[in-house]
Design a protein around this ligand. Structure first.
Ligand code: PMP
Ligand code: GLU
Length: 392
């Protein structure tokens, strides 16, 4: 019997997809995965070398719970340089991935039954982490037919006296949309007026296309600085998903509470990974640019390829490395999860059902995989759709 808080948790379908693919590969099946979103590039060499150095120098003990000072300094410099927000190391807590940072924030600010607003479609883990923190996720749907992005008016419709926070993720997983400067300003002003926290998940910050730009709310609305958490990490920008380093920047009093909580739960983030993260923030921009160029090229291939398949529709991704595909036309009353299973069984490609993100009749494809895989995967997808339509 589990605790009340954990009773309703569902498995993470994105992480589950990795296990599914590995199992099939073990059986000798050549699966192409458009599943979990993790860059296919190796972690850049200088970052790995820094980790080796840390290991050889026996940097293998507990570190300060909030993270080593070099890393918190490097994060402050990054936030100043890239996001134009001034923080002190005491405003920063380093955790085991941005996912951990997000959970800690929810846990720190949400009273039992407090409501946290999320845009629907949402990233798979938001509802569950809010439940696990004792809160209630409240879905906000865009009133526009052109975008999934929610406006201050949409948020206001869902605000109650229990509303604690709004989690915003831009560039967005799974929609790949990027909120504009004006949209963010409006949301920040609404939050300020109504005393609502903003939890800004900026993990895909570096991956923006076609002139779209990323902005942080405390830069656009300095009065919101003490009511905003900026969350980011190493996973996506530096291809360091397994190293598990993420961080939150926010008001010192709550950051202190999170550090206290970590001191009783995880002690500190991994010592070696922290040293590697300092190196990443110190100057791996060239690798980052190379990865973004590859994502930009892959985005074009996948966007064109999907829209050439009769019955499938997708908008052009503006950021991150996902494409959300509308499959309504080919479902004809059948379930989207059956379509996903059909693709896996018949043409050996893995896509994630929109149900994981709270959107019906859609699938999400991650294009953080090689050009060759994308090209071959698109051929298989076209074949799979044809077989699916003919199987009616
Ligand atoms: N936020 C979003 C929107 C994500 O897609 C992910 C997936 N990695 C994370 C946070 C968490 O990243 P990590 O824990 O690997 O830093
Ligand atoms: N965030 C990625 C995704 O949505 C990786 C898996 C996860 O962290 O859940 O696929």
């Amino acid at each position: 019997m589990s605790s009340e808080l954990l009773r309703n948790l569902k498995p993470s379908e994105t992480l589950g997809s990795i296990a599914k693919v590995n199992k099939l590969k073990e059986k000798g099946i050549n699966v192409i995965s458009f599943g979990a979103g993790e860059p296919d590039f190796p972690t850049p060499k200088p970052i790995k070398e820094e980790a080796e150095k840390a290991l050889n120098n026996d940097f293998t003990k507990y570190t300060p719970t909030s993270g080593i000072i070099e890393l918190r300094d490097a994060i402050c410099q990054k936030l100043l340089k890239d996001n134009k927000i001034e923080y002190k190391p005491s405003n920063i807590v380093v955790s085991n991935g941005a996912k951990h940072s997000l959970f800690n924030i929810c846990y720190a600010i949400c009273p039992a039954g407090g409501e946290i607003l999320i845009q629907k479609p949402y990233w798979v883990s938001y509802p569950d982490m809010i439940y696990a923190a004792g809160g209630v996720p409240v879905n906000v749907v865009s009133s526009s037919s052109k975008t999934f992005k929610v406006s201050a008016t949409d948020l206001e419709k869902k605000r109650t006296d229990k509303t604690v926070a709004f989690i915003i993720n831009s560039p967005n997983n799974p929609t790949s949309e990027v909120y504009s400067k004006d949209e963010l300003k409006d949301i920040a002003e609404w939050a300020l007026k109504n005393n609502v926290w903003i939890i800004s998940d900026e993990i895909y910050e570096k991956i923006v296309f076609n002139g779209h730009e990323h902005y942080s709310i405390p830069y656009l609305c300095p009065d919101m600085k003490d009511k905003t958490f900026v969350v980011n990490g190493m996973s996506k920008a530096y291809s360091m998903t397994g190293w598990r380093i993420g961080y939150a920047a926010g008001p010192e009093d709550i950051i202190k509470k999170i550090v206290l909580f970590q001191s009783h739960t995880t002690s500190c983030p991994n010592s070696i990974a922290q040293k590697a993260a300092v190196k990443a923030l110190d100057g791996e921009a060239k690798d980052v640019e190379g990865m973004v160029t590859a994502f930009e090229r892959r985005k074009e291939i996948i966007f064109k390829g999907i829209n050439e398949i009769k019955g499938l529709k997708a908008n052009k991704p503006e950021g991150a490395f996902y494409i959300l595909v509308d499959c309504s036309e080919i479902l004809k009353g059948r379930e989207i999860s059956d379509f996903c299973n059909f693709l896996l069984d018949n043409v050996h490609i893995l896509v994630i059902s929109g149900n994981a993100f709270g959107i019906e009749n859609h699938v999400r494809l991650s294009f953080a995989t090689s050009d060759e895989n994308i090209i071959e995967g698109l051929k298989r997808l076209a074949k799979g759709v044809e077989l699916w339509i003919n199987s009616l």
